[in-house]
Design a protein around this ligand. Structure first.
Ligand code: F6R
Length: 612
């Protein structure tokens, strides 16, 4: 989704802004722009539809734009189509104010009418231009950009991260945040703002996260902060501890492939740091045994792939804890008047920690008194900060829009949480505990073994890449895994794909199976392998071309019926989806590669979904 970067210092700003925007490209965008204030106090706005390269070529990599203070933006269209005019930054009619904005201003129509009544004219269809003109309006009245911003923030409703430049105030720019991520980066003789630390990590690891309602005045030698009451405040500094190379491709053709390959290491980091003497150990968890015993229901709330982790979690947690677990789409949860109370544990899962629907669901559950435990990848993100407890997945930065290593680490962490709770509740026997622990310790190595040989998967991808419709079928954990396999395929290859609980096929969907329809049959859940086989035979009888995924111990049996079989190592049932999903990720990747798709930045998608 939209990205923001801002810089003030002694170096030329435009190349730094372009570089920062390039590092935000992975978030998904359709146009890009920068505004730089020249020595003559003129705001130079350069923007263009399409890839950042187009903009960069127009301004010679930024060299042709002079000035040492500027703001930049990559836009993912919400109000108005993607074009040069709607691209950010927006410039006020008098040329004094330039603004970049992430989020949505909900009352922009009313504000635009107000400004029109005052004689203001609008060039774009965006809500952001309304904010820009409103700042200009108040600036005319009071002569201080900060005061004008305060007045505007009192009037606007909705979500925003804002970067604001004023032509008359070359010594600083202003940033403000509500319900959209924004952070400050501290450099030597320079400072930054960014919607995502990736944009500035090359320059600094010393950051402060802005909270809702806060405003920052960013100058070259310092940053002043104000809270929502417009009072000066001081902010804590945080150090980013991951490396720049973690956000670079490192020789791989795509981030997605790199991130698939990083999964064993990401699992080691996430899981092994929380094991002591063969026991799961959550150092910072605030909830204690009494609270865990008192939980009457667990809700898992998330979107997309993180939701799919929750679907696996429902099966595994109910099995381990014998407590009801409901998995909810965050976008539905917030509007369904949920039956959450103080004895509900709400587990929120999010890679980015910024997904707006998930954030809103979290707040709803919190207001109802639930304890919020989040599983998040991005340290210091909004969801992490608003949760009662946070367990970080140590997957490192995930750049490809399609998640892989974050999914895998979320899955492992959720299972570990189940094991930890199950031990406290006495619902997991010590024998079972030891068996799960043993398999957890072997999981990364088993994954590595699978990733060493991807030839079979490439071969199957070359057989099937030109299909236009695919069904993933499976039962129980295989169904949960199929949801993720299907999403991976459709989002990056644009092939229509659906995941079905196999038993449901005969209630309608089987009518879509005809000669040559590709069915990916998942049979890794041992307890229901025979039933999975029956469903394979059922679809084959209707002409389906079946690609099966099963465990090594069931592969021979599967091969009696299906020609194309992928075998994954056996592990404990709760971890089987962690291994089973790997060939599905790779299959999606190689199919998309053969179809010539933009794998890391699929059309219409964004990495961090900060709008509703
Ligand atoms: C799919 C994918 C998305 C995200 C979803 C939630 O590959 O990445 O479906 O899982 O947008 O995002 P987070 O986990 O950041 O809340």
């Amino acid at each position: 989704m939209c990205g923001i970067v801002g810089f003030i210092g002694t170096e030329q700003a435009a190349p730094i802004l372009l570089d920062g925007l390039q590092r935000l490209e992975y978030r998904g965008y359709d146009s890009a722009g920068i505004a730089v204030l020249s020595g003559e106090r003129e705001l130079q706005v350069k923007k263009s539809k399409g890839r950042l390269k187009v903009l960069s070529d127009i301004i010679n990599g930024g060299k042709s734009v002079e000035g040492t203070i500027g703001i930049g933006h990559t836009r993912w269209a919400t109000h108005g189509e993607p074009n040069d005019i709607n691209a950010h930054p927006h410039l006020s009619g008098n040329g004094k104010i330039a603004v970049v904005h992430n989020g949505i201003i909900e009352n922009y129509v009313e504000l635009r009418d107000f400004l029109r009544s005052k004689g203001y004219e609008f060039r774009s269809e965006t809500d952001t231009e309304v904010v820009t003109q409103l700042i200009a309006y108040y600036y005319e009245e009071c002569g201080s950009c900060l005061e004008a911003v305060f007045r505007v923030l009192r009037r606007i409703e909705g979500a925003y991260a804002l970067g604001i430049l004023c032509a008359d105030e070359p010594e600083h720019f202003i940033a403000a945040r509500k319900d959209a991520p924004l952070l400050i980066g501290y450099g030597e003789g320079c400072n930054f703002i960014a919607s995502d630390v990736t944009a500035i990590i090359k320059h600094t690891r010393d950051v402060s996260y802005m909270e809702d309602g806060e405003v920052a005045v960013v100058s070259k030698d310092g940053v002043e902060f104000y809270n929502s009451l417009e009072q000066p405040i001081t902010k804590e500094h945080h150090t980013i501890d991951w490396d720049v190379s973690a956000a670079e491709k490192g020789g791989y053709a795509h981030f997605m492939l790199k991130e698939i390959m990083e999964q064993p290491e990401a699992i080691r980091k996430t899981a092994f740091s929380r094991i002591k003497d063969n026991r799961v150990f959550f150092e910072d968890l605030k909830i204690d045994a009494d609270y865990i015993s008192s939980i009457n229901k667990i809700y898992i709330v998330a979107c997309g792939s993180s939701y799919h982790v929750g679907v696996v979690g429902k099966y595994n947690l109910e099995r381990m804890l014998r407590k009801p677990v409901e998995v909810c789409l965050a976008s539905e949860f917030r509007y369904c008047d949920p039956l959450v109370d103080p004895r509900s544990l709400v587990i929120v899962i999010s890679q980015s920690g910024e997904t707006l629907d998930t954030m809103a669901a979290l707040r709803e559950a919190k207001a109802l008194g639930a304890h919020i435990l989040s599983i998040v990848n991005v340290v210091g993100s909004s969801i992490a900060r608003e949760s009662d407890d946070v367990l970080y997945t140590w997957a490192g930065p995930e750049i490809a829009v399609a998640t892989t290593k974050a999914y895998s680490t979320q899955l492992v962490l959720l299972n570990m949480l189940g094991l930890y709770f199950g031990d406290i509740l006495g619902t997991v026997s010590q024998e079972e505990y030891a068996c799960i622990m043993n398999e957890l310790l072997r999981l990364p190595a088993k994954m590595e073994q699978m990733l060493e040989n991807t030839e079979d998967i490439k071969h199957f991808a070359s057989n099937y890449f030109n299909h236009d419709s695919v069904f993933f079928i499976g039962r129980n954990l295989d169904y949960a895994m199929g949801l993720e396999g299907s999403l991976k395929l459709k989002e990056i290859s644009y092939i229509h794909s659906e995941a079905y609980a196999s038993g449901e096929l005969k209630h309608g969907t089987i009518s879509l199976i005809e000669d040559g329809t590709l069915v990916v049959a998942l049979g890794t859940y041992s307890a229901l392998f025979d039933k999975a086989m029956s469903n394979v035979v059922e679809v084959q009888a209707r002409g389906a071309d079946v690609l099966a995924v099963t465990t090594e111990s069931h592969a021979a049996e599967m091969r009696k019926t299906v020609g194309n079989v992928i075998a994954v190592p056996n592990t404990h049932t709760i971890f089987q989806p962690s291994l089973g999903v790997v060939p599905l990720q790779l299959f999606a990747y190689y199919v998309a590669l053969l179809r010539g798709c933009d794998i890391d930045k699929p059309r219409n998608l964004a990495k961090s979904v900060t709008v509703e």
